[in-house]
Ligand binder design. Structure first.
Ligand SMILES: [Zn+2]
Ligand SMILES: [Zn+2]
Length: 300
């Protein structure tokens, strides 16, 4: 009798929570369609000096990491839509202006990170690294050089090592399930070390990542963090990203996953503004670098 009542109560709360999430999602999607679009100049054609280490923000979780002569593209999304969410700010580069890409790294299969249309614009023999269990998607789109990786697996390209790292996030394309693939981040290591976190909540794994690599720049997600009661395990807030930076012992941080697609209750620029406010009177201010789409960070 008591168990039945508790069960019923649990189901009622679960239904209530799911309905709330659905309402939040619908409001977010509708508001994304009415957000003023900011057009950035995307005619920028990147060029690189000898032995240059740099990062160009393309928008959302898409960044071009240039390590000496090796170009790594993270979670490429140049699409105008992330499923039904309209892009609010143009990608920082046009696809045709990208340099030759040596590897595409995919953190997980959510549609804002693994965009089918975008991936199909690349040559079918390009190296795609993706978490174990998610390789079936790029393979089904005709990609022949797909490597499924687990945390701490690595690949070396002309002296630059790419290492997969753990993350705290659902790795599946659709609904979460008990046996879903894991989400990953990646370390790109040459003479300097860049860490791309993908999508993640704040978790203890950052300490291990920081112990294993001396990170010069960490690309950490700060957007889609509200409502906190639902998002906190899946997406970091700006406050969480500052904590993660300390756990990672990262020298510098570039926030990602903000400003291009409005995916949750936080506004487009809210995560960036909250982050800047958090570090404004701190020595961290010099080490946190906000990049607009199309802006380059040259590592020294
Ligand atoms: Zn995700
Ligand atoms: Zn995401």
């Amino acid at each position: 009798m008591c168990v039945g009542y508790a069960d019923m109560k649990f189901k009622t709360w679960k239904t209530f929570a799911m309905s709330l999430v659905l309402i939040v999602f619908i409001v977010t999607v509708l508001s994304s369609c009415f957000t003023t679009r900011t057009v950035t100049t995307s005619s920028f054609v990147p060029s690189f000096r000898d032995r240059e280490y740099s990062i160009i923000s393309i928008g959302h979780a898409t960044a071009l990491i240039h390590c000496d002569s090796v170009n790594v593209l993270t979670d490429p999304n140049f699409n105008d839509w992330a499923t039904i969410i309209h892009r609010s700010r143009e990608a920082g580069l046009k696809l045709e202006n990208l340099p030759p890409i040596d590897a595409i790294v995919i953190s997980h299969a959510h549609r804002d990170h693994l965009d089918e249309w975008t991936l199909k614009q690349f040559p079918k023999d390009i190296l795609v690294l993706i978490s174990k269990g998610n390789g079936k998607y790029p393979r089904s789109w005709g990609f022949k050089n797909v490597r499924e990786v687990d945390a701490w697996d690595s690949v070396v390209i002309r002296g630059v090592t790419i290492v997969a790292t753990p993350a705290q996030h659902s790795g599946s394309r659709n609904l979460p399930s008990a046996d879903e693939p894991k989400a990953l981040g990646y370390i790109v290591k040459g003479e300097k070390t860049i860490y791309f976190a993908g999508d993640t909540g704040l978790f203890d794994g950052f300490k291990e990542i920081g112990d294993r690599a001396a990170i010069d720049v960490a690309l950490l997600p700060i957007g889609a963090y509200r409502p906190r009661w639902y998002m906190k395990d899946h997406h970091m807030s700006p406050e969480d990203a500052v904590k993660a930076m300390a756990m990672l012992k990262a020298r510098n941080m570039i926030p990602i996953h903000w400003g291009s697609f409005r995916m949750a209750l936080d506004g487009l620029d809210e995560p960036k503004n909250v982050l800047l406010e958090l570090v404004k009177n701190d020595s961290l201010r010099e080490r946190v670098r906000v990049l607009e789409n199309g802006e380059k960070y040259l590592m020294k």
